[in-house]
Design a protein. Structure first.
Length: 354
């Protein structure tokens, strides 16, 4: 593992801690962030995940010091950097930022781009060379950005942000400019690099898969608030609301009549993970159901989608509604067939029917 000691570390102040407490941001009369709370531990990677316009970029820019907050507190490494009265300049916050479009200077070489944020110092060339090696761009320092591939340009942007040894790295949709195949590869490289360096990072994405793969923890945002903050498995397995459940994966909801730890639904009895009484919406993930061909079934297959590693079988229930069932291997059913769809016995989450 490389040692990437932040310039901001020293004394007994831990490097790379972010604390966001009740942060509010407004543009004119419009509140965009309504009291956001979360924290990032040193060396942790946190994803801000949410639909377009929910305030992810505004929150990231507020941490960087590019937006002013109207309420709450932002602390970096134990020091307050933003309140409604105080605003520490971005340059003084020891954060690195990678923008969505990478924002490379087209008229500067790779080395000049990377050196841009470094103060004049005797070993500046050494620092640039070190960080270029780190991101795997050895030998490309004299090239102009336009002569590099998308993945290489992305790494230049990363090198430029890492060169001043920031205590926190902020990345705004860093992979969205890349084609699908390249995105997966660059994402894995960046993940390995950041984890290896132990860099604290906060990144914005609207892609659930990306948030879950890269994030040690994920903040799921909606309409300027955080709906849930937790590890990917906590969020997937224990979503705090039906909205989060649908946003972070394929979700089927079935209306059921709960009597304690089970509920009667149109596909029969389903066990619940918590006790409920009365009308509920039961969350059934596609991987928690089974489907078998039978004349006396409870639905008809409307489609079978092939994904290579598994199949998604869509079933139109006799009782109304369409459910998606994930089957690994051969699904054993085809479109138009009558089938019986049942829970596989997994205890399911339920939400009181609104
Ligand atoms: P996307 O995924 O589309 O980038 P986002 O979740 O990052 O969205 P933000 O860019 O933070 O969302 O925007 C949040 C809200 O604030 C939006 O309604 C947006 O229109 C508004 N907004 C953002 N910047 C400004 C600005 N400078 N002035 C006025 N309104 C703004």
């Amino acid at each position: 593992m490389h040692s990437w000691q932040s310039k901001g570390s020293g004394g007994d102040v831990p490097s790379g801690r972010v604390e966001i407490s009740d942060v509010r941001v407004a543009f004119g009369d419009t509140d965009v962030l309504h009291g956001v709370n979360f924290d990032v531990a040193p060396g942790e990677i946190v994803a801000l995940l949410g639909p377009s316009g929910c305030g992810k970029t505004t929150l990231l820019r507020s941490i960087a010091g590019l937006e002013r907050i109207v309420g709450g507190t932002i602390s970096l490494n134990g020091k307050e950097v933003a309140t409604n009265r105080q605003h520490v300049r971005p340059e003084a916050r020891l954060v690195g930022m990678v923008f969505q479009d990478w924002a490379l200077f087209p008229h500067m070489t790779v080395e000049e781009n990377v050196a841009y944020g470094l103060s004049r110092s005797a070993n500046k060339d050494e620092q640039v060379a070190e960080v270029l090696t780190l991101v795997g761009l050895d030998g490309l320092g004299h090239r102009m950005p336009s002569t590099l591939s998308g993945g290489q340009q992305q790494r230049v942007a990363l090198a430029r942000a890492l060169a001043p040894k920031p205590s926190v790295l902020l990345l705004d949709e860093p992979f969205s400019n890349l084609d699908t195949g390249l995105r997966v590869q660059v994402r894995a490289e960046v993940h390995a690099l950041l984890s290896g360096l132990g860099v604290t990072a906060v990144f914005v994405t609207h892609d659930q898969e990306e948030a879950f793969i890269l994030g040690d923890r994920v903040a799921v945002m909606r309409d300027g608030s955080i709906e849930q903050f937790g590890t990917p498995s906590e969020i997937y397995e224990h979503p705090s609301s039906a909205w989060v459940a649908e946003f972070v994966g394929d979700a089927n909801f079935l209306r059921g009549d709960a009597t304690g730890m089970s509920a009667m639904t149109p596909i029969g009895e389903v066990s619940l993970s918590e006790s409920h009484v009365g009308e509920v919406d039961v969350l059934l993930r596609p991987e928690h159901m089974t489907v078998v061909e039978t004349e006396s079934g409870n639905g008809v297959v409307s489609n079978v989608e092939y994904y290579g590693h598994d199949h998604m079988v869509q079933v139109d229930l006799d009782a109304g509604g369409r459910l998606a069932v994930r089957i690994s291997g051969n699904p054993g059913v085809h479109r138009g067939q009558r089938v019986s769809l049942t829970s596989d016995g997994t205890s399911c989450l339920a939400f009181s029917a609104g």
